[in-house]
Design a protein around this ligand. Structure first.
Ligand code: AQP
Length: 335
């Protein structure tokens, strides 16, 4: 018990803003699963982040539940980790407000994701979209997380979270643990790019370029056969000049556990007509057990409910300890 309490803590979450993709699996969930034994892990379905852009309510509810089933199917274990839904633990919103008062407008204006998303949603640039990284900082700091396993695209937000925590600690004395981003290596899927446009990351909201965890084999194979490459024929990693092929190599390596050198050697002298279906096959085999188990779990709603209810209770207890401390520090009267 003593030892367990001294384990380093991990926090991460994914928005139910679309169906989970190969990018979310390789950039995040795969690492989450691997960290469960060594760390004290807290994993979330961040539905409050999802409403920073307009969502259809019925779809949001369905996807949040499916996401939990997919978390379990990927190997997240409620006996080892805390698994919960963000909106079930109100401390996230409460700390989010407080931290917003310790975050500069200029800092938020520099966030790359905000710049990209405000272009994508030019008709609906909400305050929530702008303050998204503050809520994310609250998510992480509430649990005093040491590590945040995320894809490369989230590094900037984790750095901002550290800056906010450091500022708060500087004003009031040590309150928050300073978290570190934990990002996979390139050949383990740090950034999986879109199959349709390998200059953009693979996103849930880009159905053309993404592979979903629940896609059946024939759909996966079709998407890989259509993946954008280049006019050469050689299979080699060169991110600058061959972004499409480099992305497929990254995916192949992350799916098979091979290194980039091994993969290049395996396809030496073979054209894209052999390479692309081979990547498709590797991904089909990777995702097959996940898809089958998630489909089975979706039929057991009572089990899913008990997992997220229990998770919210456990998360709420940890979160409240931090929030009480923060209330005292900033000068709120104790309840
Ligand atoms: N393409 C990717 N490559 C590597 N890692 C990725 N992640 C997401 N896409 C890739 C990582 O998975 C987690 C998912 O985070 P999220 O869904 O909460 O946020 P996101 O990055 O905004 O995801 P999407 O798919 O791009 O969603 P939409 O389309 O709604 O904006 C994070 O750890 C992320 O790094």
């Amino acid at each position: 018990m003593e030892n367990q309490e001294r384990k380093k803590r991990v926090f991460s979450g994914i928005q139910p803003s679309g169906d989970l993709t190969l990018g979310s699996y390789m950039g995040a969930i795969k690492n989450w699963v691997a960290m469960q034994d060594e760390y004290d892990c807290v994993y979330c379905i961040v539905d409050m982040h999802a409403i920073t852009v307009r969502q259809n309510p019925a779809d949001l509810r369905r996807r949040a539940l499916e996401q939990l089933a997919q978390y379990l199917a990927c190997g997240l274990d409620p006996e080892k980790s805390i698994l919960f839904v963000q909106s079930h633990v109100p401390q996230h919103a409460e700390l989010g407000w407080i931290l917003g008062c310790y975050t500069q407008f200029g800092e938020l204006s520099r966030m790359t994701q905000f710049k990209q998303k405000s272009q994508q949603h030019a008709d609906n640039i909400t305050a929530g979209l702008f303050t998204y990284p503050v809520l994310m900082a609250a998510d992480i700091l509430l649990y005093q997380a040491d590590f945040v396993p995320v894809g490369e695209d989230q590094r900037q937000h984790v750095e901002l979270c550290r800056d906010i925590a450091q500022r708060f600690n500087g004003v009031y004395s040590d309150t928050f643990v300073l978290p570190e981003a934990f990002i996979p290596r390139v050949d383990q899927g740090a950034r999986v790019m879109s199959l349709g446009n390998p200059l953009n990351k693979m996103s849930k909201s880009d159905p053309e370029g993404c592979v979903n965890l629940m896609d059946p084999p024939e759909v996966i194979q079709r998407k890989f056969k259509r993946a954008v490459t280049d006019s050469e024929t050689s299979v080699r990693y060169d991110k600058e000049n061959k972004p499409g092929v480099s992305n497929l190599l990254t995916i192949y390596c992350a799916a098979t556990g091979k290194s980039l050198e091994e993969a290049e050697a395996a396809f030496a002298g073979q054209g894209y007509g052999v390479f692309k279906p081979a990547v498709g096959d590797a991904v089909i085999e990777l995702l097959r057990p996940i898809r089958e188990e998630a489909a089975r779990l979706m039929k057991d709603k009572a089990h899913l409910e008990s997992v997220y209810r229990e998770g919210a209770q456990r998360a709420g207890r940890v979160a409240q300890r931090t929030l009480d401390k923060v209330h005292r520090k900033v000068g709120f009267i104790a309840r």
